[in-house]
Design a protein around this ligand. Sequence first.
Ligand SMILES: [Zn+2]
Ligand SMILES: [Zn+2]
Length: 294
Amino acid sequence: MKTKNLPSDGVAAEQKQALELILGALRKGDPDKVLRLFLREQAQNLFPDDRRTLEWLARTIGRRPTARLVSVLAASPCFNCEYGLVGCDNCEDAGHFDDEFICESCLGLGRLPCDFCGGTGLASIDFMPLGLRLAVFAIRVKNAEKQFERLLQVPMPSAQCAVRAFNRRTDFLFALNRQISVLETTVGVVRNFVKVPHSLKGRVTRIANEAVRISLRGENKLASTVEAMLGACRACTESNEKGSKAYKLAVARMKYFGSLLQMHPRFKGTYLEHPFLSEAAKKQLQKKKLSARE
Ligand SMILES: [Zn+2]
Ligand SMILES: [Zn+2]
């Protein structure tokens, strides 16, 4: 850090110039550029790259622009996918083989969560400046909660046509699963957070607990959505001729979704299972029980 050479106003001319570029990219709404510039300046030791980053930014550019910068970084998208989803290579996006066999990689849906971002659709945490990660997480959890509230209020999508109802419920399932994935990666990363300074431990725990609390409500909705998808398949068997392609596919899907719902734990081994969250939820419950006993 070049703090020693700073002029009396506390900011070196080079830093000022670099910050102006970043603020310009921020105004243009270009998160990629903001991130790239920020990391470059950190690599060149022009900006602090430890937990002082946030405080330094707030002091240098002001609280508002700092908050804006963090929220832009928190929302910056994954470069590998769209909204957390990629096509399925196994079935070439069809979701099934010959209308009779469901592709287990994508649960018969032709798309699956992107490995790169854990299905969040957001830039991986590895790309985030170290000193801003906690702030980014806190915002991601807050955003996920908002999205959750919205999704939990949405009545189960329906449609006159069974196929359309199935597709709409599938979109809903993916939207919900995406928000759960945001919370899960938060809990996962917060848990293994690189060198959390002691003073931040409380905050890290609070963020993780919050993520678990919100996600529990979403997990049940995942199951009821799959049930609704199964219902749409049933309607499909009723409206299509026995032995037709549409009929066969609907039967195969019903069987497959039925088996997913009966797994213990639910959705075991599939991308709808969120082991980090379940584990964290269990721990929270144990702690609550212990403290109630004390
Ligand atoms: Zn597939
Ligand atoms: Zn992705």
